[in-house]
Design a protein around this ligand. Structure first.
Ligand code: TXA
Ligand code: MG
Length: 328
């Protein structure tokens, strides 16, 4: 994977931008983040502006190590400690009760805060040089596909970002798994880079899948993670027929062709061969959606992978990409 280590001078410059209240886009192992000093409400407000994201939507605070967690939250239940020990640095976000250090601007007004330690040398170097917490959503416009390269960030946010740290392409490719550990039973709010199976193996018990209704989770909006093209989901065996029908009806059809149908002839404008490995699929997913947009597709025909391991996160993102959009 093209993992680039940023120059020390760039890291220092980025840390300076954060100290000055600016915005820095930085790589993580999942997707690129759009970061600001978590303790600077004006800087945090700029994130929402740059993304076009409603300010009521909570952000993730990125910290440099599990040992720093206690500074940002009120108490760390044993379950949270266990998960942090096992999965940090890594693609797991824990939701806990916020400490005074976290301004309400970063939590969308919630008394809880989402925290994670990213597993990327550039992100960790930035956090260490900066010294504080960096609050960051994915570095894309609200509702669209998350960026997995620095070029994606520049193309989408341009001048709205003060500095872009280039760390190559992201290895995991889908966002972190979010687990709410404020209650008795941990609950999975968003499937992501750490699988449900991994979590359950460490916890020694099943993890609840239903998102608690009293938290606002913008990643749960139906139209999140959407490319410009409309996405339709069909059974894998119907992909070729569905694509041909739409192409004949005048659409520019992009197809996600599952590995089992790799040899099936497809009538379409563009075809993506879905990788057999879910890790490779997750890594490529957002890039594939962007690519089909760029090729001028207005309709993408895809099917869901088996919803286990990383397939759960991929299916979640595809469902949301296919979800109802706000009327334009
Ligand atoms: O992998 C990732 O998590 C990436 C990288 C940059 O770290 N970040 C990311 O951020 O995906 P964003 O803002 O696109 O998604 C953050 C998610 C949202 O779904 C939000 O609702 C949820 O975290 N979240 C944040 N604070 C929360 C809270 N207090 N309670 C429940 N959910 C929360
Ligand atoms: Mg996002």
């Amino acid at each position: 994977m093209a993992r680039v280590t940023a120059r020390t001078s760039d890291i220092d410059k980025a840390a300076g931008v954060l100290r000055g209240g600016g915005l820095v886009a930085f790589p993580t192992e999942t997707v690129y983040g759009l970061g600001a000093n978590a303790e600077d409400p004006a800087a945090v407000a700029r994130i929402f502006q740059a993304k076009g994201r409603p300010p009521s939507h909570p952000l993730i605070v990125h910290i440099g190590g599990a040992q720093l967690l206690d500074d940002w939250v009120q108490e760390v239940p044993a379950t949270a400690r266990l998960l942090a020990q096992h999965f940090w640095p890594g693609p797991l976000t824990l939701v806990l009760r916020r400490s005074q250090r976290v301004p309400l601007e970063a939590t969308g007004g919630l008394e809880t805060v989402a925290v994670r330690v990213p597993e990327h040398p550039v992100a960790l170097a930035l956090l260490s040089a900066f010294g504080g917490g960096v609050t960051a959503p994915s570095a894309n416009r609200f509702g669209s596909v998350s960026p997995t390269t620095a070029d994606h960030v520049r193309a989408e946010l341009g001048d709205a970002v003060d500095f872009v740290l280039d760390g190559g392409s992201c290895e995991v490719g889908v966002e972190s798994t979010i687990v709410d550990v404020t209650g008795e039973i941990p609950s999975l709010l968003r499937p992501g880079g750490v699988t449900r199976e991994d979590l359950e193996a460490v916890l020694g018990r099943p993890i609840s899948l239903d998102a608690t209704s009293d938290v606002r989770v913008p990643g749960q909006h139906p139209s999140h993670y959407a490319p410009r093209a409309r996405v339709v989901l069909v059974e894998p065996e119907n992909i070729a027929a569905e694509a041909a029908l739409a192409q004949d009806a005048g659409h520019q059809v992009g197809v996600f062709l599952p590995p089992a149908f790799a040899d099936t002839p497809v009538k379409a404008h563009a075809v993506v061969a879905v990788p057999a490995s879910t890790a490779v699929y997750a890594r490529g997913l957002y890039g594939f959606l962007r690519e089909l947009d760029q090729q001028g597709c207005d309709l993408i025909v895809a099917s869901l992978p088996v919803e286990e391991e990383l397939g759960l996160a991929i299916a979640n993102r595809l469902r949301r990409a296919a979800g109802p959009r706000p009327s334009a």
